[in-house]
Design a protein around this ligand. Structure first.
Ligand SMILES: *Cc1c(COP(=O)(O)O)cnc(C)c1O
Length: 454
C-alpha cells in the first residue's frame, strides 16, 4: 500500500471486520453485514465513505452538543495542541484544567466546586463510589460500606460501575465479580413493579426506598441515582418531585447522594444539570458525555467542602485519595470543554432549546396514537418511544425479535442514524439541532416504526 493513495472503502471494511472488536456488538452479525464507515462530520450530520449523509439522531452516543466539526471548537483544539498536548496532574498543575474547574464551579449546583478529573463516565462513577466510601471511613464510620442503587440503573461498564448498575442483560454475567448493593425499585411508571399508576401512586417507590434505608440503618455509604431520567435503562423518566424526595431521605439517613449526570449534564434536560430542575444539590456528582461537546474523552467527579475536607490531614494519616488515571485533566479536552461553555452563552443555547423541547413534546403525542407504541417518555431534548407487541396489555415484543434494531435499520435507509435501547427508540440529537432537522428526525422515526410494526 502506498502512503499517498487513499485506502478503499472495501479495504477499510475488511480491516474493520478483521481487527476491530466493537462495543456492545455481536461480532458474528457485524462481520456478516455491510457496515457504514464514517469519515466526516458536519453540524448534525455524519458522512460515510460514499458521501452518504446521516442525521446523528443519538449525538454520537449522547456526547455531541454543538454539532460536529464546529469551527470554534476546532480552533480551540488547534490552538491548544500547538501549546501543550498533555502534561500530568500527578505532581504538576496545568493551565487548562485549572481554568475549566473554575468555570465549571460557576455553573455546577451551589457548593459543588471540587473537581476530580478522569476520562469517561465509568471512571467518574468509580471515583464517586470510592470517594463516598473513603469519606465514611475518614468520618469514623467504616461500617457504612453499602450502596443503594435502582433497578434499571446504568452507570458504566467497569466493575464498580457495573456493581451499582441494575440492567440484567448487561450485568448478570458479571455477578460473581460484583459487590452487592441494596436495590430500590425503578421509577418506571409504565411498568411499575409495585403495581401503581403514575397519577395515583403517591410515590410508593419512595416509601419502599425509605424502608430499605430504615432496614440498613447506619450501613449505607451512598445512594447512586441518575437524576430525572434513567438513560440506558430505556429513557425512564421519574415523576416530578422524586429526586427531591430522595435528597430529603439521604439527608435524614446520613447517606451521601451521588448524582450521575453523565448523560443528563450540559443542557440535555433543558437546564445545565438535571438536579437544577428540583433545586437538588447532590453530595457528589459525576459529569462526562457532553462536557467536551463530544470531541474528546473527559470526565469529572465533583464534590464540595464537606467531602473534600474529610480527606485532609498529615500524610502519615493516609487520608489521601489514592486514585488517579493517567490522562487526567488532559489539556486538549479541557480546552475544548472551555470553548464549549462559551458557546453555550454565545449561542444562547439553553434558551434556544426551550421551544425545541416544547415542540418535541407536541410532536411526540402523535406517536402515542400508533398501534404499537406503548409509552412515550421525554425529558428535555431526550426521549424514548417504547414499542410493544400488544398495546392493550403492554406486552413487550420478545427481545429476540429486535424490533428496536429493525426500526433503526429502516431509519438508516432514510438518512437517520439512531440506536435503540431494547425496544425503546431513542431521540437524543445534538442540542444544536435545527428545527427542520428535528422535524426530519421525528418524521423518519415515525415512518420507520410504521414500516416495521404495522
Ligand atoms: C454513558 C453513561 C455512563 C458511562 O459513561 P462511559 O463514558 O461510557 O464510561 C455512566 N452513567 C450514565 C448515566 C451514562 O449514560
Amino acid at each position: 500500500m502506498s502512503e499517498t493513495s487513499p485506502i478503499t472503502t472495501e479495504q477499510l471494511r475488511q480491516w474493520d471486520k478483521r481487527h476491530v472488536w466493537h462495543p456492545f456488538t455481536q461480532m458474528q452479525e457485524w462481520e456478516r453485514d455491510e457496515q457504514i464507515i464514517i469519515v466526516k462530520g458536519e453540524g448534525c450530520w455524519l458522512i460515510d465513505t460514499d458521501g452518504k449523509r446521516y442525521l446523528d439522531g443519538v449525538a454520537s452516543m449522547w456526547t455531541n452538543v454543538h454539532g460536529h466539526c464546529r469551527r470554534e471548537l476546532n480552533d480551540a483544539l488547534k490552538e491548544q495542541v500547538d501549546r501543550l498536548e498533555h502534561s500530568t496532574l500527578l505532581g504538576l498543575a496545568s493551565e487548562q484544567s485549572i481554568i475549566l474547574a473554575a468555570r465549571l464551579a460557576e455553573i455546577t449546583p451551589p457548593g459543588l466546586d471540587r473537581f476530580f478529573y478522569s476520562d469517561n463516565g465509568s471512571t467518574a462513577m468509580e471515583v464517586a463510589v470510592k470517594m463516598a466510601y473513603q469519606y465514611q471511613v475518614h468520618k469514623g464510620r467504616p461500617e457504612r460500606s453499602r450502596f443503594i442503587t435502582f433497578r434499571n440503573a446504568y452507570h458504566g461498564d467497569t466493575l464498580g460501575a457495573v456493581s451499582v448498575g441494575g440492567i440484567g442483560i448487561y450485568h448478570t454475567t458479571f455477578k460473581p465479580l460484583m459487590f452487592e448493593t441494596l436495590q430500590a425499585p425503578s421509577p418506571y411508571c409504565y411498568r411499575c413493579e409495585l403495581g401503581c399508576s403514575r397519577d395515583s401512586c403517591n410515590m410508593e417507590c419512595v416509601k419502599a426506598l425509605e424502608e430499605l434505608m430504615e432496614h440498613n440503618l447506619g450501613q449505607v455509604a451512598g445512594l447512586v441515582i441518575e437524576p430525572l431520567v434513567q438513560g440506558a435503562g430505556g429513557m425512564i423518566v421519574q415523576p416530578a418531585g422524586f429526586l427531591k424526595s430522595i435528597r430529603d431521605l439521604c439527608d435524614r439517613y446520613g447517606i451521601l447522594m451521588i448524582a450521575d449526570e453523565v448523560a443528563t449534564g450540559f443542557g440535555r434536560t433543558g437546564e445545565m444539570f438535571a438536579c437544577n430542575h428540583e433545586f437538588v444539590v447532590p453530595d457528589i456528582m459525576a459529569i462526562s458525555k457532553g462536557i467536551a461537546a463530544g470531541y474528546l474523552p473527559l470526565a469529572a467527579t465533583v464534590t464540595g467542602d464537606n467531602v473534600y475536607s474529610a480527606f485532609l490531614g498529615p500524610y502519615s494519616e493516609l487520608k489521601t485519595f489514592f486514585h488517579g488515571h493517567t490522562f487526567t485533566g488532559n489539556p486538549l479536552a479541557c480546552a475544548v470543554a472551555l470553548r464549549s461553555l462559551q458557546l453555550f452563552k454565545q449561542d444562547n443555547l439553553l434558551a434556544e432549546l426551550q421551544p425545541k423541547i416544547a415542540w418535541l413534546k407536541t410532536r411526540l403525542d402523535y406517536f402515542m396514537s400508533m398501534s404499537h407504541v406503548g409509552d412515550v417518555r421525554q425529558c428535555g431534548l431526550a426521549a424514548g418511544i417504547e414499542l410493544v407487541e400488544d398495546k392493550e396489555t403492554g406486552t413487550p415484543y420478545p427481545w429476540e425479535d429486535r424490533v428496536g434494531i429493525r426500526v433503526c435499520l429502516e431509519a438508516r435507509k432514510r438518512g437517520v442514524f439512531s440506536r435503540p435501547l431494547g425496544n425503546t427508540i431513542v431521540i437524543f440529537p445534538p442540542l444544536a439541532i435545527s428545527n427542520s432537522e428535528l422535524e426530519m428526525l421525528l418524521n423518519v422515526l415515525q415512518e420507520s416504526i410504521r414500516v416495521v410494526t404495522e
